[in-house]
Design a protein around this ligand. Sequence first.
Ligand code: BGP
Length: 461
Amino acid sequence: MQYRFPEQFWWGSASSAAQAEGASLQGGKAPTIWDHWFEQSPNRFHQQIGPAQTSGFYEHFRDDIRLLKQLGHNSFRTSIAWSRLIPAGRGEPNPQAVAFYDAMLDELKAEGIEPFICLFHFDMPMSMQALGGWESREVIEAYAEFAETSFRLFGGKVKHWFTFNEPIVPVEGGYLYDFHYPNVVDFRRAATVAYHTMLAHAMAVQRYRELGQDGQIGIILNLTPSYPRSQHPADLKAAKIADLMFNRSFLDPAVKGEYPAELVELLREYDQLPACEPGDAALLAAGKIDLLGVNYYQPRRVKARSHAVNPASPFMPEWFFDYYEMPGRKMNPHRGWEIYEQGIYDILINLRDHYGNIPSYISENGMGVEGEARFKGEDGQIQDDYRIGFIRDHLIWLHKGLSEGCQCRGYHLWTFIDNWSWSNAYKNRYGFIELELESQTRRIKKSGQWFATAARENGFD
Ligand code: BGP
């Protein structure tokens, strides 16, 4: 076999509570920002499909876990919804939620599938947003309590925990670029949200360590390598600042327990530093992780700005760079994102050389396709050879990283079944399994069959 992977390599896929569970206001669950935002502005959501219309994992989890088994999975990531487990945000857990998550974890165990559980996947409870969301220190405390409750309830069954999924995304979406609630545009507030998220992360790690459970804790970051247009110093500087703002702002505190000095200096220079309190630095230092989840979709290509910044304009990351469309770059024709498989290798090499070769795994990678039903074959199965090629090519670069000493322990596709997504709803289909939304029927795509074989054989030719 040409590409053989290490024993115990994690083959699987990822999902999240808000995108798959459905039952968004049932079983005692309280609303999240998404329920609220959909009610307020349904037109922001593709075809006005909101978070209640999902693949119904809350109801169908047993069938879905059987399908995961058919997909050859030995591991699977999903999240616990804070607003389901603790509907008031703080206080007593909801017994229906405890029963659901217990049953889901038992089912995974019965099928021999290792659960990877994330504690926050963009789904801020509305009750907590009303307190200020991540701008509020009270919410940090509340989140740490929720994390501790989860560890105590499920720590016997879960050995891989993640505090956050892509914490930069609520910062960008909610406070810089207007695609998540509370849709404001304000860099200083964004910086506070980013900072408080990492304090919350560190507090959860600290609680986990205090409990002394037998397992690992980490965070999931969407690392987007920043490539400069050229080796000209101005382009190199532009790429470096983009990297500091979008990657190292989370990667450094998570792995090294502190922020990069250059980032702190930059924000200080522009008077954008969030307020710190005594004890924050020690808390951040206590938040070092055991395991890093890496979500990788596409790179960031940047160049030096071609026009000077208007100093009267609101401070934004783009004060320091422009985006650059590299000629000849390979695009996903079905979604408009660049495909650059080598990015996965570059990330792993960076972790090896600059982050102590921290154990990692690819926690998301995937290909969104609009109008995927047109690729159905005569028998009705989606013939997604493009996705097979995409996964295979990324795995080949991952494999090369392994052969050069990187500690990457697995690969999870985004996602196992076509799911609801933040305002895009079902426009971009990513799953190994096709979901027919109206009838809720499921059908494994060709890529799912390919992956099952690769997973069972632990490699491919
Ligand atoms: C990641 C998120 C996922 C998922 C994915 C695809 O950023 O962690 O939740 O949504 O992106 O993005 P989209 O659904 O917007 O195409």
